[in-house]
Design a binder for this molecule. Sequence first.
Ligand code: 3PG
Ligand code: MG
Length: 399
Amino acid sequence: MTIRNLDDLLAEGVSGRRVLVRADLNVPLDKQTGAIGDDGRIRAVLPTLTALTGAGAKVVVFSHLGRPKGAPDPQFSLRPVAARLGELLGAEVRFAEDTVGDSARSTVEALADGDVALLENLRFNKGETSKDDAERGAFADQLAALGEAYVDDAFGAVHRKHASVFDVPARLPHVAGRLVLREVEVLAKLAGEPERPYVVVLGGSKVSDKLAVIETLLPKVDRLLIGGGMCFTFLKAQGHEVGTSLLEKEMVETCRNLLERADGKILLPVDVVAADAFAPDAAHDTVRADAIPSHRVGLDIGPETVAGFAAALAEAKTIFWNGPMGVFEMPAFAGGTRGVAEAITSADAFSVVGGGDSAAAVRALGLDESSFGHISTGGGASLEYLEGKTLPGIAALED
Ligand code: 3PG
Ligand code: MG
């Protein structure tokens, strides 16, 4: 199995050709103002786009944004993203008001060599996410008709069996873009024989989302550090009360079982920052992890835990981090995420940050992105890759 990449397509010559680029421009938008929060995913796709425009292609970009229900929904419009993309490219990005309709066709038609167009949200169309092969296929036919070649640079969506990810490449010459290529190279290194010690840090809210990856990683890693909302289900499994903290009751037994099998590899918080309420100005204290008051909610890992995690990270040669350690959006509860992130950058290790939230945390906390080995644009996608699952978007590129 081989996957051709952008250089192969460029070598064939793309001047004057309409090239479809599936990007993941699913960026956070402010609910009130509609402003783009973190634009990391837009910047991540620029190398592919500039390579194509520089070679004279007519570039047609498409993406999803959020989870609209198969029909147009203004709050999920990609229009603001087109504007931002244009600023970053330093060139106008033509915006089509639909995905495969009149606006899309005339916008694509009007492109000159080296121009870029962005189509409206793919998920405004039922066919994009349909489980029915024929319905997806019919939509893919319409998308494919807009271009002559297909580039997948939407790493964040390769785990989705969607028309634009899975079915369009079956209809056109297809290659992996620069971002997808780099992401897969890095993750293949972690899935193969990572240099040891290999330390994984997992956070985020739900154990149930991470269970499969914990199962796969446990035999591979030297240490697994667990923080974030999901740590409370593990603390409960250790027999501690967790107050009003996030708890997945139905996962407690599973966590107990994991801890038994972990051979001491799993490190849990020894202290947590517990607050009166889930609010930025809530009264809060650092308490022992086995003494969380019944009326309080744990919103971050404590300083002693950060120190312990930092000590484990200092020994590491390979690090994978997915999921914030606390509610980092609120300054009072950002210390754990910041502390762990700093420990990762200080370690003499190859470090990979997986995912939407942890990548956003790195940027929101003002940390230097270049001090990490790689910051993935895919949360779910990078976890599923490490689980060893077949990713529809990658499988579709293989020949
Ligand atoms: C993401 O943000 O995780 C990707 O863009 C995929 O989005 P989805 O989870 O809505 O499919
Ligand atoms: Mg997601």
